[in-house]
Ligand binder design. Structure first.
Ligand code: FDP
Length: 288
């Protein structure tokens, strides 16, 4: 696509299907991962929509869960500013996962409900009302192959998870990495967890990989509405506004205690040093 990501056939098809459907409803401006620029639609309409038509598309060939993410914003007077609003301006956000079940996760700003597609009846049925993410979790998700490129706070956090009961976290963690944001978010909504796609030192990854407008903003709204947190490590995702449509952003989201710990490590270099120094490790010289 225009931003250099490899487009699959299904990315293009999903984009076309969603745009066709959305052309039948009053939308003032539409942005898609697959379009270079936002499109202005019905200037009288009250809402703007940003979509990632097919998230996780590198998973298509291996038959893993993929999905569609959407963010619904109020239409500003100047539609050129439609997708430069703070994440907290979102009116609604959601995603659909195409996995063993087809599920719709939806927030209208008052909690998160999860629906399952009833194919026979042709409708979504409420499967879980007011989904809540546990405050503390025992599962983390990160692409660990990038470890050598991470900043020290991210390394320190993952080291704490790996240290389990023998480290400051004082409990063991399991690890999962699906490589599909919608699947990771669904798992976190189901059984808690923390997901990290941080910035790293690879060329082009200075702001991570995920997109602010149609990935991080809607996910952050959903996760916060379910009692979790979402941050870049230094700033709350919903406080950010995009400078450009396809802007990337580091995303750390999930159970609030673990997200807070990642933030603490980003804000306090001494804490990072103490986690990294073997002398201060639980079984080290200064601790028994
Ligand atoms: P994909 O490129 O397959 O669409 O949205 C980008 C995304 O998938 C996320 O769904 C996923 O979390 C991430 O990229 C995976 O990135 P890595 O391959 O770098 O792990």
């Amino acid at each position: 696509n225009s931003d250099g990501d490899v487009q699959r056939d299904l990315d293009v098809q999903a984009d076309a299907i969603l745009r066709r459907c959305l052309s039948k409803v009053p939308v003032a401006a539409l942005a898609s991962e697959e379009m270079r620029e936002a499109q202005i639609g019905d200037r009288e309409a009250k809402i703007c929509i940003a979509i990632d038509p097919l998230d996780g598309s590198s998973n298509i060939d291996i038959n893993m869960t993929v999905g569609t993410i959407f963010s619904i914003l109020p239409a500003p007077d100047d539609l050129a500013l439609a997708f430069h609003q703070r994440g907290s301006a979102q009116l609604a956000a959601g995603f659909v996962t195409y996995g063993p079940q087809t599920s719709l996760v939806l927030t209208l700003g008052e909690g998160v409900d999860i629906f399952t597609l009833d194919r026979k009846a042709g409708c979504f049925r409420l499967a879980r009302a007011a989904a809540q993410i546990a405050e503390t979790c025992e599962e983390f998700a990160i692409n660990a192959s990038n470890r050598r490129h991470w900043d020290s706070p991210v390394r320190a956090f993952v080291d704490e998870c790996l240290a389990g009961v023998e480290g400051p976290a004082n409990h063991n963690f399991n690890m999962r990495w699906v490589g599909s944001l919608v699947a990771e978010a669904y798992r976190i909504l189901t059984r808690g967890g923390v997901f990290l796609y941080p910035s790293d030192a690879r060329p082009g990854y200075g702001d991570g990989r995920l997109r602010l407008v149609y990935e991080a903003h809607p996910m952050a709204m959903i996760i916060e509405q379910a009692g979790g947190s979402a941050t870049t490590g230094r700033e709350r995702i919903l406080d950010l506004s995009a400078q450009s449509l396809h802007q990337r952003v580091p995303l750390i989201m999930g159970s609030s205690n673990e997200v807070r710990r990642v933030e603490e490590l980003h804000c306090d270099p001494l804490l990072v040093a103490s986690v990294s120094a073997p002398l201060f490790a639980r079984r080290g010289f200064f601790r028994l």
